[in-house]
Design a protein around this ligand. Structure first.
Ligand SMILES: Nc1ncnc2c1ncn2[C@@H]1O[C@H](COP(=O)(O)OP(=O)(O)OP(=O)(O)O)[C@@H](O)[C@H]1O
Length: 494
């Protein structure tokens, strides 16, 4: 059954001027408007008159806006709610979303923005308590193609189901390959826009002059090569979602135009004179620190606040390594099917290697590694030797110098400090190797890939020759090859 569009709005604000402004804007749009100056009595008003949307001012005293949203969600789930954010506080709207609000309007109120919000509310399904996932629900290991069971991923899934159905702008942050585009698609699929276009643009993939024409379209003759009128991606995404990946790479002009489009739904083609209205939900993603870019003047603060009504941060894979076996199983199935290969399980040594690695390229890198391993594997299961060599090398424990060592040698010239560090390393490493080989120099030399004489020289230089680990044992030499042996091959061991 289609949702009833918003007919009656209740504006709850302590500010008489704000109530009056909103009444005029909404009435001009043909809606009924009720107003209240405080949260007390709101529930009673709702019981008496059918209200479709409550717009609740964040500036109600004693944080009662959030209490009111909470109460409305619990007692009147059929009423949509939205937050009227305090001036300059639009980014703080998130707590309202956790309490069932499906949108927000910034102050000072701008008529075009208020109407745009109303249009979104017309298409937003009414909240229902069961629609919001709470902790503990959705125990499935995957959600809309994303795999993860760690708490950080579960909370991402919960956030997507909570805000997906609303029309709000979302900023997805995370390192490259953490799944930002997947999240954007999931938000789209969760929303009522799911049958409308999902359009994506990687803002870093095009030079800034082209990004603008790509996003907003152009008129014939607007620039060299503009041989005919062409609509942009905002127009193409009408009714649906526009995903702007790497938004930090947008130039200043494009940033200004995107801000206008997000705020008022108005877009103008490059070289055009007339604006077109579009109904587009924007989801942006970045792996750059937009807050810092705002401070350096490289990114507009007002655009950042518009975008991060809801911020969704994706954890890097190295912070959720317990998800690696699950992800690996998913990718092995996927590629076995895609390449018509037998499905192979992950051997213990391979699993261990994958769990130890740092994954700078995150899930994308894991996916590529497993695709390669499955193709190369000819054993019964994938083992560590089917994985790229770099994985095991970089998963080897790192040698670190103690703080005490660094402090004690802080004032030494570099060359001398390094020599001391090397001496410490040699002593620790060689002592351990000798101990593992029962103090046997010939065996230790073989294990370390050193000539026996070289090892002896090293031990002498590092004062280990007569040390507790450096006793020499005479053992029969192991022939390097069978057949005739020479004195060189069987050096005499003292
Ligand atoms: N949780 C996950 N479960 C399954 N596959 C995932 C998950 N996260 C990411 N992937 C896969 O990893 C690859 C990279 O994901 P995606 O393109 O969404 O990352 P991104 O953060 O947008 O990367 P970039 O910043 O480089 O654009 C895709 O193939 C995606 O399907």
């Amino acid at each position: 059954m289609p949702e009833r569009a918003v007919q009656r709005i209740l504006v709850v604000s302590p500010n008489a001027e704000v109530r009056q402004t909103l009444r005029e804007i909404f009435e001009q749009d043909g809606r009924d408007v009720l107003t209240a100056a405080a949260s007390a009595g709101v529930e009673e008003m709702i019981s008496r008159a059918e209200v479709d949307l409550v717009l609740c001012d964040q500036q109600l005293p004693d944080e009662s806006a959030y209490a009111l949203l909470e109460a409305l969600r619990a007692h009147h789930p059929g009423v949509r709610t939205a937050l009227l954010a305090a001036p300059g506080m639009s980014a703080a709207a998130s707590p309202a979303f956790e309490r069932g609000a499906t949108d927000y309007l910034a102050q000072p109120v701008v008529a075009a923005e208020a109407i745009t919000m109303l249009r979104r509310a017309d298409h937003t399904p009414r909240a229902h308590p069961s629609a919001s996932l709470t902790s503990g629900e959705n125990e499935s290991p995957s959600f809309r193609g994303m795999y993860g069971t760690t708490e950080s991923m579960r909370s991402v899934f919960r956030m997507i189901s909570r805000v997906g159905r609303t029309g709000v702008t979302v900023l997805v942050t995370g390192e490259s390959g953490t799944g930002k585009e997947l999240v954007a698609r999931a938000l789209h699929d969760e929303s009522t826009r799911r049958n409308k276009p999902f359009v994506a643009l990687n803002c870093s993939a095009l030079p800034s002059e082209l990004v603008e024409s790509e996003l907003f379209g152009h008129m014939r003759g607007a620039f060299t090569g503009a041989v005919k009128d062409r609509g942009g991606l905002f127009e193409a995404a009408h009714g649906g979602t526009l995903f702007l990946d790497e938004i930090g790479d947008l130039g200043p002009l494009a940033q200004a135009k995107v801000l206008r489009a997000v705020e008022s739904g108005e877009v103008m083609r490059v070289g055009g004179t007339k604006s077109t209205h579009v109904d587009v939900r924007v989801i942006a993603a970045t792996n750059r620190p937009l807050d810092e870019m705002v401070m350096d003047g490289r990114f507009r603060e007002d655009l950042l606040y518009r975008l991060k009504v809801i911020s969704l941060a994706l954890p890097p894979l190295r912070e959720r390594t317990s998800d690696i076996p699950l992800l690996a199983g998913h990718f092995l199935h996927l590629f076995a099917e895609r390449h018509h290969l037998p499905l192979r399980a992950l051997g213990d040594d391979a699993r261990e290697t994958l769990m130890q690695y740092d994954w700078p390229g995150n899930v994308r890198e894991l996916r590529n590694v497993l695709e390669g391993a499955l193709v190369m594997c000819d054993g019964a299961e994938i083992s560590a030797c089917d994985l790229p060599a770099g994985l095991s090398a970089s998963s080897a424990p790192r040698v670190s110098l103690s703080t005490a060592f660094l402090e004690a040698n802080a004032d030494l010239p570099f060359v001398e400090a390094r020599e001391r560090a090397l001496r410490e390393f040699d002593r620790a490493f060689l002592s351990a190797a000798l101990a593992r080989n029962g103090g046997n120099i010939a065996r230790t030399a073989r294990a370390l890939g050193l000539h026996r004489q070289s090892l002896q020289k090293l031990l002498a230089r590092r004062d280990l020759r007569n040390g507790e680990n450096a006793h020499e044992t005479v053992v029969p030499p192991v022939p390097l090859r069978t057949g005739h042996t020479t004195a060189r091959e069987h050096p005499k061991v003292r």
